[in-house]
Design a protein around this ligand. Structure first.
Ligand code: ATP
Ligand code: MG
Ligand code: MG
Ligand code: MG
Length: 484
């Protein structure tokens, strides 16, 4: 099954179950003071859950472009280093707004995975919320009872509050969730260790694919829970992980979501992708094919790289891709922009914004690449000078102020400075550098605090910003209303 067919099957299935199929919301949010990017399928529906808007339909399904690079959900450090976390990914989701609840949500998910997609039941595990005495939360025995009708009880795992209880904020809608995990290991590997032990343990072949959230309660400002008058379902399934499971691969990057992009990088760089986890060249290739998607979709949705807010996040992602390819793929000239056509070819039919904006996207990326490559080149000369100066002074630590300036004023990646210095037997003053970086962050925080309620400036606090789901719901609500 191709990835296109897998996506379509999901939508067709939920359409056949009376869901309204809606398009993905933009990946960049322009009207949410508390969040820069869509980071889950429910982002575009949160007003429905908060009761600010009436749902357009009681049952909805879609695929949502998500970006998890800031705030509460920040997977950036894992991207390229593992095989199943991306910056940008698609989250397939189905929702019930006061309509069906646990029984149907579980039945739909199970039927789709095992009967429509044909995943063997022996490869699946599910988790349920085990309860939390301290918080006075009950075990989700209701979900347990529905699961045990379809899966053997020894495959139902108890999960704690952290993994299996979802809350929008310190107050507001919340409830237990059930996750579905898939075990893609070979029979020999399975014989060695039980998959039960590997669930939620960062095993690259035993991965979470789908999260079913049952919004059952409202947490009041005093912390107590009350049953919501209408109960909702909010689910999210990682599309690229589903493709890995259905295409019999052991890495998201081996699915047809990524292979055309990887083939193009191989062609342009003359380097071969071997899929090794720790190999720097392979990490760089994964980083590049991941980041080009994030950046392309963001630009196609109207977010140009810039020096502040969401634009700065996008610029940093792109620069991270350029640094990796400069260092590990020996790409000294702009080339990432050439991947846009491949992405367009592969995803443009479903995401027309890529078709429409393709030319702009590749032009913007090209000019960003060219200018950052110039930064790298001039930065390299500066670093070289600093090194000579340090050595001639008989020291072995680069001067912190200059190192920070390179990073802050010239945009030269600090890890590059570090690596080059180390090659010459020098170091940088890590604590001093970190202190300067913190100072700088504080300054920009104070700047933006003066302009509260403007989503762009709030974004600038991104470094320390935790996302709406960790803000006190009341603060969230006041802010939100002010903006409206
Ligand atoms: P994980 O524990 O693997 O980080 P999660 O629990 O943070 O995932 P959820 O917030 O429950 O993820 O999102 C729903 C689904 O989206 C997950 O079950 C997973 O399949 C997918 N997903 C989450 N984060 C990513 C990511 N960074 N890249 C690709 N898919 C993801
Ligand atoms: Mg996560
Ligand atoms: Mg998880
Ligand atoms: Mg989860």
């Amino acid at each position: 099954m191709t990835s296109q067919e897998i996506r379509q099957k999901f939508l067709d299935y939920f359409k056949s179950k009376d869901h309204l199929i809606v398009p993905s919301a933009p990946i960049v949010l322009k009207d949410d003071p508390t969040l820069m990017f869509s980071n889950s399928g429910m982002t575009q529906f949160k007003d429905f859950f908060l009761g600010y808007k009436t749902p357009t339909a009681p049952r909805i399904a879609d695929t949502q472009k998500c970006l998890r690079v800031s705030g509460k959900h920040n997977d950036l450090d894992d991207v390229g280093r593992d095989t199943y976390h991306h910056t940008m990914f698609e989250m397939l989701g189905n929702w019930s707004f006061g309509d069906y609840f646990k029984k149907d949500a579980i039945a739909f998910a199970w039927e789709l995975l095992t009967e429509v997609y044909g995943i063997p039941k022996e490869n699946l595990y599910v988790t349920i919320f085990e309860g939390d005495e301290k918080e006075n939360l009950e075990r989700d025995s209701e979900a347990y009872d529905y699961w045990k009708e379809v899966i053997s009880e020894d495959r139902i795992i108890n999960g704690n509050k952290k993994d299996n209880f979802w809350e929008m904020g310190a107050s507001g809608p919340c409830g237990p969730c059930s996750e579905i995990h898939v075990d893609l290991r070979t029979p020999e590997e399975k014989a060695k260790v039980s998959g039960l032990e590997l669930v939620n343990n960062d095993h690259p072949q035993v991965v979470e694919v789908w999260n079913l959230v049952f919004m059952e309660f409202n947490r009041k400002a005093d912390g107590s829970l009350e049953k919501l008058p209408a109960q909702h379902v909010d689910t999210g399934m990682g599309f690229e992980r589903l493709c890995m499971a259905l295409q019999g691969k052991s890495s998201n990057y081996d699915t047809d979501v990524f292979t055309p992009l990887i083939a193009k990088v191989e062609e342009l760089s003359g380097k071969k992708y071997t899929g090794i986890l720790e190999d720097e060249k392979d990490i760089a290739i994964r980083v590049v094919v991941d980041h080009i998607r994030a950046v392309s979709f963001a630009i196609a949705d109207g977010q140009l790289p810039s020096n502040g807010g969401a634009g700065y996040v996008i610029r940093r992602i792109l620069r991270r891709g350029i640094s990796y390819s400069y260092r590990f793929l020996d790409m000294k000239e702009a080339f990432l922009y050439k991947l846009v056509a491949v992405l367009q070819e592969q995803m443009g039919a479903f995401f027309p914004e890529l078709e429409k904006q393709g030319k702009l996207v590749s032009e913007v990326i090209k000019s960003e690449e060219e200018s950052f490559l110039r930064t790298i080149e001039t930065g390299l000369i500066r670093v070289e000078k600093l090194i000579q100066q340090t050595i001639s002074e008989g020291k072995n630590v680069l001067p912190t102020q200059e190192v920070f300036e390179l990073y802050d004023t010239y945009g030269f990646p600090d890890d590059l400075t570090r690596i080059i210095a180390e090659e010459k037997g020098l170091t940088i003053d890590e604590a001093g550098f970190e202190a300067k970086r913190k100072e700088q962050q504080e300054r920009s925080k104070t700047d933006s605090a003066q302009k509260v309620y403007d989503w762009v400036t709030l974004e600038e606090k991104e470094e320390n910003f935790v996302g709406y789901d960790q803000i006190e719901a009341e603060t969230y609500i006041t802010r939100y209303r002010k903006v409206e």
